[in-house]
Design a protein around this ligand. Structure first.
Ligand SMILES: Nc1ncnc2c1ncn2[C@@H]1O[C@H](COP(=O)(O)OP(=O)(O)OP(=O)(O)O)[C@@H](O)[C@H]1O
Length: 219
């Protein structure tokens, strides 16, 4: 479970204070995947980072009682001067998992050949995102955090393999996806929320959330 209790978060910007959350309270429970709709620049990444524990609230409490992933696409835990092999063996140890298994899984899934034994800093953007996604799928979390949908890989073989594993994983796991596009959420979640004026408005269905989101766009 992830629970926000009276959480406030804002940033000082040149244009004034940017409020992301204003004493917001909500909860995401296991088995109830949630899509969050928010316009660009309103705080999608900040909320996902707070759920992951990468960003702290100014006030209030964020409670995390499950195994929660790093946000898909987040490379902060990967050291660029080390190879994918070294990175994934090290990360396996942090999570108390078998380094041989994690290495073999990532090597097989990301399909980057000899680059797997070269520094991550030398990878193309596509290779980096494939390695990041493979690592996330190798680790098995209760809740997966996804910022703006899936990484865009042009590698058809990778997309097929990773997509199949993710679909299987999501049978058991919970996913939280933030996006400015309702279409991105359709694939993952039935229930949805809208981030607006520092509050998260939760709805039973994506349809209901879309009504508020579309209404906002018109007004
Ligand atoms: N560390 C920071 N310092 C100052 N302002 C910040 C900081 N991080 C984010 N912001 C501002 O807070 C607002 C929300 O940022 P955030 O990246 O969470 O939004 P987003 O909805 O994910 O944006 P986008 O859709 O453009 O990716 C933006 O106006 C951004 O400029």
């Amino acid at each position: 479970m992830i629970e926000f209790e009276n959480v406030s978060k804002s940033f000082a910007t040149k244009a004034g204070r940017k409020v992301i959350l204003d004493r917001a309270s909500f909860r995401v429970t296991l088995g109830n995947s949630l899509g969050i709709l928010a316009r660009n620049g309103t705080g999608k990444t900040t909320i996902i980072n707070m759920m992951a524990g990468l960003e702290k609230p100014d006030e209030g409490v964020v409670r995390r009682t499950s195994r929660i992933s790093f946000p898909l696409g987040f490379m902060g835990g990967v050291i660029p001067k080390h190879t994918a092999k070294e990175n994934c063996r090290y990360i396996a140890q942090l999570y108390a998992l078998d380094p041989d298994y994690i290495e073999a899984f990532c090597r097989w899934l990301c399909g980057i050949g000899a680059y797997f034994d070269m520094p991550v800093g030398t990878y193309s953007q596509g290779m980096k995102s494939r390695f990041n996604f493979a690592l996330m799928l190798a680790l098995e979390f209760d809740i997966y955090l996804i910022d703006e949908g899936m990484p865009s890989s042009t590698d058809v073989e990778f997309n097929k393999k990773a997509g199949a594993i993710l679909r299987d994983r999501l049978q058991k796991a919970t996913v939280i996806v933030v996006s400015h596009q309702p279409k991105t959420l359709e694939k993952f979640c039935r229930s949805a929320a809208v981030l607006k004026n520092g509050q998260l408005y939760q709805f039973e269905t994506l349809e209901e959330a879309k009504q508020l989101y579309d209404y906002e766009a018109q007004s």
